[in-house]
Design a protein around this ligand. Structure first.
Ligand code: IYR
Length: 227
């Protein structure tokens, strides 16, 4: 029996789907929640090396995210080259210094105090990998523009998958948004259809790391059920 057919002349294949009992569903959902609930943004990294194959698999997971018309409108640039990391740190710190020195308003700066952030970004040189996610506003095929759809939504989803994969592999990450981050286009020599979306240092945490002792909202605070 073939698991393939055509609909309106287009190829389709049967969904791979494991049927589970309600108990199994609950167990799986709880286990995954507990694991993800331990994920924390980390700002202090170890320089301990991470095999590139781990990063490759994490990227492949990110690339399974749904995207508008399956255009996969993203490019993940993986930087381990020390000279490039140094350039990125220098450029990011110039922008971030301006942000912390006044581009961010007083309320914003006050709010960030609880997170222990400042303009200095040593993690950009210490973490073994920087994954810089670019969104492709459109495709460039043989010099011609082709449309992409729901680009921000698609790339945001891929980043979510990426962060989850990093955590599941046993590494830590930081969603860093040096602003503005156009310098990444020239440092990484990106084509004109790409814009930087997120910069994600990845690696092991430093030996002893303290993260902000903050709470997540509970279910009834962040959801509404209509039954
Ligand atoms: N992009 C800056 C500032 C910053 C802003 C927010 I909102 C944060 O949650 C954390 C940091 C930085 O990376 O330091």
């Amino acid at each position: 029996m073939s698991n393939k057919k055509t609909i309106d002349g287009f190829p389709f294949k049967q969904l791979t789907f494991e049927k589970r009992t309600s108990e199994e569903l609950l167990q799986k959902a709880e286990t995954y929640f507990k694991s993800m609930n331990n994920r924390r943004t980390v700002r202090e990294f170890s320089d301990r090396p991470v095999p590139i194959e781990v990063i490759e698999n994490i990227l492949k997971t990110a690339n399974t995210a749904p995207s508008g018309a399956n255009k996969q409108p993203w490019t993940f640039c993986v930087v381990s080259n020390p000279e490039l990391k140094r350039k990125i740190r220098e450029a990011a710190e110039i922008e971030e210094k301006e942000n912390y020195d006044g581009r961010m308003n007083e309320e914003w700066r006050e709010e960030l105090k609880a997170f222990g952030t400042n303009w200095e970004k040593p993690f950009l040189e210490i973490a073994p990998y920087l994954i810089i996610v670019f969104k492709q506003s459109y495709a460039l095929k043989d010099g011609k523009k082709e449309q992409h759809y729901y680009v921000n939504e698609s790339v945001g989803l891929a980043c979510g998958f990426l962060l989850s994969a990093i955590h599941q592999a046993g590494l830590v990450s930081l969603t860093h948004t040096p602003s503005p981050m156009n310098f990444l286009c020239s440092v990484l020599n990106r084509p004109m259809n790409e814009k930087p979306f997120l910069l994600i240092p990845v690696g092991y945490p430093a030996d002893e790391v303290y993260v902000p002792d903050i709470e997540r909202k509970n279910l009834s605070q962040f959801s509404e059920f209509y039954s």
